[in-house]
Structures are given as C-alpha cells and as structure tokens.
Design a protein around this ligand. Structure first.
Ligand code: 13P
Length: 341
C-alpha cells in the first residue's frame, strides 16, 4: 500500500481553510440541475457548466479537491487549449477526485431502503482513474429514516460495501472518501437523526477496521445531525453543532485523517453556519479538521447566476460561497454571512 501518498493526499484534502467541491453529479442529476435554470442537458452543456466552475479565478485559495464524474474526468477545458480537467485542476494545485459508486438501488427484501452498487470491476476502474489523474474517490451510501427503518441489514450491507471500496481504493493509491449519508428527508427529530447517524458511523468504522483500511488515509464525509426537513421542531445552529460533534467524538477514530461534511439539502447559508459553529465552539476538542465537501451548498447560487451563459457571475457566486465556507472551517464565517444576509 502506498501509505505515504495516501496520508499526504488525504491531509491535503482537509488542509485548514480549504474544502472540497463535489461536482460529481451523475448525468441524470446534472440534467435535473440544468433543467432548473432551463438549460438543456447535453455533453457540451455539462462540459461548459463544469468548465465555468473549475476555471473560477482563485478557486484554489479555498478548494483543495474537486470530485468529478466519469464523464467529466474525460472532458477538457472549453477554452482554446483543451486541457483535460484532471490536468487543469492539478495545475491549479487542486486534487482531482472521482465518484466510483454506480448509485443507490433498492435493497431487495427491505422496502424503502437502498444499497449502493459499484463493487464489480472496481479494481480495474480505479486503476484507470488513477491513470487519468484521480487521487481520491467517493462512494455514497444512503440511509433512510422512516417507519421501522433503517434496518440493521441496510446499515450493515452499506457499511460492508464502503469498507470493500475503501480497501480497493487504498490498494490503487487512491484516498477513499467514506460517505454514509443519513438523509434529512422526512419528519423525524434531531434526536432520531443522532441515534441513526451514530449507529451508522459505529458500524461503518467497525467494517473499515475489519477490512484493514488505513484510517490516516481516509476522509469521512458524514451528514450533519439535523432535524428532518419536514420536522415541525427545527433544532437551532447551536444544537446541530453540539450533536454533530458529539456523534463524531463518540464514533470516529481519532486517527481518521479528516472530516468533510456533505450539505445534504440544507440551504447554502445553513450548511455554512453549522460548519462555522462547530469550528468556533469545538475546534480545540476535535482531533480532526472539520471542513466541507459540498455539492448543492457550493453550486446552487453559481448555477442560478450562470444561467447558462454568464460565466463571470457564476464564478463570482462560487468564489463567494467557497470563501464563506473556508472561513467556516476556522469558525470565522459569521460576520461575513451576517453582512451578506
Ligand atoms: P450535497 O452537498 O449536495 O449533499 O452533495 C454532496 C455529495 O457529494 C453527495 O454525494
């Protein structure tokens, strides 16, 4: 195992003041995002949108890595010089990453639950992605809260798949991002989210250890512990920060390289404020850097401002969100956002 480069790259991913841009939407998801601004999804429009994001001037001040999708890792910049995206990002000092799961499918025998697929042939795909320039990967497991779910079978099978993916990634010299996402859809309280998130993280690390995954060479991408979107009692920022950090302290080994949260459907401001509060209050107690690996909470404003053609406005919006979240990794974002709100 290439222990040194795994440790070096994972530590670059969670460098203080920097976070990860998740731009690995599958083609159907990217099509949905483009449809929301009335842009038709095509190979070219997806390439143009990603090019607008990645060529944001100064993006590298706040972004350590970008997660790409299979189509995107093979695309190039759209300016005169057609530079492959992984080479272009690396030249800016940004690590290229790649989503390697093939999506969450229905878990047989467990209504309403999902299992993430993509292990078959993964070793070969990882080797190819490494040659294309990827230095880290992502695998997202989805855990749904509802009547009598999640089941132990759902959590365990997803944790097992995450562990097998992580071991294969490390074997290929690629840092695995471990993403067990407890969804925020539904009516449940923050207490229920805590209970399910802690149960999930616990089993995930049990499986990672059983599969001899190098903790210093992984980045955990967890959900924050929040009230469900339709819960009538919404926990405040303090409570989210407190319960999220408590959950991590209880379940995540101290030698994990770092933690980069997903935004999961929170508003861009909420995702930033929650991260900010965690770092402001608990940074000293945490053995890891706490940062972001946001998709929607970094891209939403940029997508709207771009609108299919306005590159400069789109880039300004992305730069601003990346900067706010960079400040949030130091617990310093509050004043910036307060002024902007
Ligand atoms: P969101 O921040 O939009 O949840 O996306 C992060 C991600 O990579 C989901 O897999």
């Amino acid at each position: 195992m290439q222990t040194d480069s795994l440790m070096k790259n994972s530590s670059l991913m969670v460098t203080k003041g920097k976070g990860i841009l998740a731009a690995d939407e599958s083609t159907p998801t990217c099509t949905k995002r483009l449809a929301s601004i009335n842009v038709e999804s095509s190979y070219e429009s997806r390439n143009e949108y990603r090019d607008m994001l990645f060529s944001t001037p100064g993006l590298e001040e706040f972004i350590s890595g970008v997660i790409l999708y299979d189509e995107t890792i093979r695309q190039t910049t759209t300016c005169d010089k057609k530079i492959p995206f992984p080479d272009y990002l690396s030249s800016k000092g940004i690590l290229p990453g790649i989503k390697v799961d093939t999506g969450a499918k229905s878990l047989a025998g467990f209504k309403g639950e999902k299992i993430t697929e993509g292990l078959d042939g993964l070793r070969n795909r990882l080797n190819e992605y490494y040659k294309l320039g990827a230095r880290f990967a992502k695998w997202r497991a989805v855990i749904t809260i509802g009547d009598n779910i999640p089941s132990d079978a759902c959590i365990l099978s997803n944790a097992h798949a995450l562990a097998r993916y992580a071991a294969l990634s490390q074997e290929s010299g690629i840092v695995p991002i471990i993403e067990p996402e407890v969804l925020m859809n539904g009516l449940h309280t923050i207490e229920t989210c805590y209970e399910v998130t802690q149960r999930t993280q616990n089993i995930v690390f049990e499986q990672l250890m059983m599969h001899h995954v190098l903790m210093e060479g992984v980045v955990l991408k967890p959900n924050m512990v929040v009230s469900a979107l339709d819960c009538n009692k919404q926990a405040d920022i303090e409570k989210v920060a407190e319960m999220t950090c408590k959950c991590l302290m209880k379940n995540v080994p101290g030698d994990v390289q770092g933690i980069a949260f997903l935004s999961g459907g929170q508003s861009s401001d909420d995702a930033c404020m929650h991260l900010n509060k965690m770092n402001q209050k608990y940074m000293e107690d945490m053995p890891w850097n706490l940062t972001f690996s946001y998709g929607r909470a970094l891209q939403n404003d940029a997508l709207i401002a771009w609108g299919g053609s306005n590159r400069e406005k789109g880039q300004e919006a992305l730069y601003y969100r990346a900067k706010c979240n960079s400040y949030a990794t130091k617990g310093l974002a509050f004043d910036m956002l307060k002024n902007a709100l």
